[in-house]
Structure formats: C-alpha cells, structure tokens
Design a protein around this ligand. Structure first.
Ligand code: PHE
Ligand code: NA
Length: 448
C-alpha cells in the first residue's frame, strides 16, 4: 500500500488510525462507567476534576504514548526497552509496557462481563421487555438478571467470543471502518435520549448535578476516581495507544489527532450523563446505585418514548459495537506479545489469551451473585480488578510514559515532532515535566 499512490495511502492510514484510536477510547467507559462513577462520587466536583485531568494530564499522556509508539515501532514492551537503550537509559523502562499489557489483560476480563450485559439488553429491548414497566419492575428485572450466574456466563462468553473472533480473524480494520457509521448513530440516539431528558422536567436538576460543584464532596477518593477514569476512558497507560502509535507515519499531526479523539470521547461521556441523570432525578432513583445505573435508567426512557422498541434495540446494539471496538484494542497487545515471545501463531495466541481472560472474567461476574461476599480489603473481585487497574496500574504506566518523553528524550526533537513553536512548546514542557507528573504523584500520595 505504501508503495502505490502515496497521498491516498497516507490519507487512508491517517483515517484508519483516528478510527482505531477513537474506537478504543469511546466505549463502555463513556456510557456505562462514567455516569455511575459520577453518581458514586456525588456529581459535579468529580466531573470538573475529571475534565481537568483529561485536559492537563490525559492529553499530554495520550500524545506522549503515540510519540513513543511511533518512534519505537514495536509492541509496548520492546518499544520502551529499545528507546531506553537508544538513549542510554535503564532497560527497566520496559516495565512501563509490561504494566500496561498486564492492565489490558485484567481490564478486559471485567469489561467483557459488562459487554455481555449490553448484549443481553439487545435481546430484552428487541423482545419489548421494557415497554410498560415502571422503575421498580425494571430495577427488579436487572437485579434478577445479576442473580443468575449461568445467564451472565452465557453473555460474557458470547462477548468474549466475538472479541476473540474479530482479533483472531484479523478483521479489526473492518470493525473500525464500521465504526464510522455506528459511532455517529450511537451519538444520535444519545442525543434523542438527552431530548427525552429535557421532557422529564428534571433536566435542570441534572445539569446542576453534573456541572455545579459542591466542593465539600471533593476528597482524596474522588480525586483518585477522576484521575483513574481519565486514564480508563482515553485507553491510557495500557500500551494500547502506544501500540496504535507504532503504526503511525510521520505525516500525522499528533496534537491535532489527540484533539479529535479527546473531544469525541468527552462528548460521548457528557451526553451519557445528560441522558441518564434527568431520568434518575425524575424517577427518584439513586444516583449512587453503582454499575447497574445505565441498565436501570435508559430502559425507562425506551419504555416511554414512541419508537422506543426500535430505539432501545439499536442503542444496545450500537453500545455493544462500541464496546467491541474497545475490547479488541485490549486483546490485541496481549496477543501481539504472545505472538512475538512464544511459538504461537495468531489464532492460537488469540484463543489462549482470550480463554485465560474469559476465565478471569468468570470470577468477576460471580462477584455479582455467588461470590458477592468474597472480599479483599473490602472490595469484591469485580471492584478489585477495577481498582487495581484504573486507580493504580494505568496512572503508574502513564506516568512512566510521560516522564520518559519529558525527561529522557531530546527535547528539541520532541518540539519538532509536535510541530510546536517556542510558546506552545513551553506550555507542553510545563505540562509534561511538572504539571501532569506532579498531579499524578499528588493524587497517589494523598491516597496513601
Ligand atoms: N477507553 C475504553 C472505554 O472508555 C476502555 C478501554 C480502556 C479500552 C483501556 C482500551 C484500553 O470504554
Ligand atoms: Na472512553
């Protein structure tokens, strides 16, 4: 492809890259996780800290990971060790890549369980399962669903099977191109749902809840949750963006690409919040209900809107699709590593990695029922997997990436690569050398 018509090949690779990166970023993190974390953290204070984390920490780390990947041109572990060697630094920098891949492995295990919920809700929506139900019935149906481990297992397995299939067959590109149509469609349904929120009479309350902060709600836990979610939602600290950067050519403007991905990701999250919280307040639901929040609020809207059956079915279908473009990005780096470090070929590597992750996912799904009381430091297995990844591993690996770029690479070459003038680069340096690393360390320290 690179040897034929060059301009076109470049254009298509740039678009492919943006689609893949956006596909990875926009997923369950935006629509399922963001709203329930807002609810558990008490609203706007969390949201504003989260937005600040995205702008001042997320963007510089996203760009840093891409830059490292583009320079290293290998999987995250080899990229980090090659770059470290080239610049005369310790080979332990490879740990940044290693933590990332382990993180991807752990995240996919519970991500797939929630992907399974989305799949199950396609069926429920299509069978008209939401129409005529009130909030009590919808909540009860969800609780009953969680109480049936066998059924959860079927959907988790199906979601993982889809992920494995796409990665094993190497058709991730097709899925990403499909997202060009599916993502806007998902966005459109979200906007319809925001419109429904306006009709509930509780829209103003929801907006205030999301954007008018009560700073007394801000504590170390909320800070860490906001920071961790900024990493999770942008797929940072997992080697995922670094791996995508390794397929990049010089022609791509990293800062501009970051702007596109971050604006899209943030817009999806905020729209999800604006769709869900009016329903929460209009129905007197508990914002802090936890991981089930989306699944007990949106069905209420679908049950009430005309055309809700079609809309609801489409919504959960598109949500599953968005989840898949994220889950394949989590499986890829694990598979790549196995392919490069073991005699396994692509299909074998995918199946083995996928099955291992699937098995760990079973432990995560049992924490919603049979193993609900199995706790470590007060957290069930699902919460534990979420905690150690989002609140520990991702920020740590992201910190490693940004410190390496800011302190271990020749800065003038970074300035040229980012196409920045002196003023812009002064801001970049301030963010990457001081603001972002100190903020991450501060949040860590605050929680110790
Ligand atoms: N960013 C994805 C989401 O918000 C989740 C994800 C995390 C994907 C890490 C890849 C890597 O849904
Ligand atoms: Na996201």
């Amino acid at each position: 492809m690179a040897t034929t018509a060059l301009p076109h090949a470049q254009w298509s690779s740039r678009l492919g890259f943006i689609l893949a990166a956006t596909g990875s970023a926009v997923g369950l993190g935006n629509i399922w996780k963001f709203p329930y974390m807002v609810g558990q953290s008490g609203g706007a204070a969390f949201v504003l800290v989260y937005l600040a984390c995205i702008a001042f920490i997320g963007v510089p780390i996203l760009v840093s990971e891409w830059l490292l990947g583009r320079r290293g041109q290998k999987n995250p572990i080899n990229t980090m060790s090659a770059l470290a060697r080239e610049h005369g630094h310790h080979r332990n920098w490879a740990l940044v890549g290693a933590i990332g891949i382990l993180g991807a492995f752990l995240i996919l295990s519970f991500y797939s369980v929630i992907g399974g919920w989305a799949l199950a809700y396609i069926r429920d929506a299509a069978l008209g399962g939401f129409s005529g139900l009130d909030k009590a019935a919808i909540g009860a149906a969800f609780d009953a669903f969680l109480a049936r481990p066998g059924e959860l297992l079927v959907w988790h397995s199906l979601f993982m099977l889809l992920t494995i299939g796409v990665v094993a067959l190497g058709v991730t590109g097709g899925l990403e191109r499909g997202s060009k149509l599916m993502m806007p469609a998902l966005g459109l349904i979200l906007i319809v749902l925001v419109g429904y929120g306006i009709t509930t009479g509780s829209f103003g309350e929801a907006v205030a809840y999301l954007f008018n902060p009560d700073w007394s709600k801000l504590d170390g836990k909320v800070l860490l949750a906001a920071l961790g979610h900024a990493f999770f939602t942008l797929s940072l600290g997992m080697g995922v963006m670094m791996a995508y950067g390794s397929y990049l050519g010089e022609e791509v403007n990293l800062l501009r690409a970051a702007r596109t991905v971050v604006i899209l990701d943030t817009t999806f999250a905020l729209c999800a919040g604006l769709a869900i919280f009016p329903i929460v307040f209009a129905n007197g639901l508990d914002p802090a209900a936890g991981p089930g929040l989306v699944f007990v609020t949106l069905p209420l809207a679908f049950g009430n809107i005309s055309g809700g059956l079609v809309l609801g079915t489409l919504f959960f279908l598109l949500l599953t699709f968005a989840a898949l473009t994220s889950s394949i990005s989590l499986l890829e780096p694990v598979v790549e590593l196995l392919e490069e470090r073991t005699p396994l070929k692509r299909i074998g590597a995918t199946v083995i990695a996928g099955l291992t992750i699937w098995a760990l996912g079973i432990a995560a799904l049992l924490s919603f029922n049979l193993w609900g009381d199995v706790k470590f430091a007060g957290l069930n297995i699902f919460d534990l997997l979420d905690y150690i990844t989002s609140k520990f591993m991702l920020p740590l690996a992201g910190l490693g990436a940004i410190v390496f770029v800011a302190w271990k690479l020749e800065q003038e070459s970074v300035r040229r690569e980012l196409r920045l003038g002196n003023g812009g680069f002064a801001i970049w340096k301030l963010l990457t050398r001081y603001v972002a690393p100190i903020a991450v360390l501060f949040v860590f320290w605050h929680n110790l």
